[in-house]
Design a protein around this ligand. Structure first.
Ligand SMILES: [Zn+2]
Length: 154
């Protein structure tokens, strides 16, 4: 648990093409939007969305103890960095194509990443962790509202 684990989870979401989870987390922890509203916006169930948010806060280690203060601060700092990370999958004709190995993935891009490209994920993770140490990111002023990103669906 800690900043590194939270970052790695965010990186996995981004690489797998679940960018909406990242955006929803930002909107929830930084902009205080309601989970019901966000679930509707991203067309997922409220339970699923709350589950992702809880997993992220827990990975950062502040689910109970710090009332989300840590994860909000982290997201504010690293969201722009994570948006620079290129997702690994493109959705074509109802399937995900993995740009790393060319395989067609029908169900879970996240599971494919974990199984086949652990090294690549770790490499990107280390890069993002390194970038996240830049103090300028942590001292930025809060920016204007961010754009919502649509969920990637095959
Ligand atoms: Zn692949």
């Amino acid at each position: 648990m800690g900043l590194r684990d939270a970052l790695l989870l965010l990186v996995r979401w981004r690489l797998a093409g679940y960018s909406y989870r990242l955006t929803a987390a930002y909107q929830y922890f930084v902009e205080n939007r309601s989970p019901s509203e966000l679930a509707k916006e991203y067309r997922v169930t409220r339970n699923a969305l709350v589950g992702y948010l809880a997993r992220l806060a827990l990975a950062n280690g502040d689910y109970i103890s710090q009332r989300y203060a840590g994860i909000g601060r982290l997201l504010r700092a690293v969201y722009p960095v994570l948006c620079e990370v290129e997702p690994v999958f493109t959705a074509v004709d109802g399937v995900y194509i993995c740009t790393l190995c060319g395989k067609r993935v029908r169900s879970s891009p996240l599971a494919h990443l974990e199984r086949e490209h652990r090294r690549e994920v770790e490499k990107v993770g280390r890069y993002v962790v390194k970038l996240s140490r830049n103090p300028q990111l942590w001292n930025r002023r809060p920016e204007a509202r961010i754009q919502s990103s649509r969920p990637v669906s095959p």
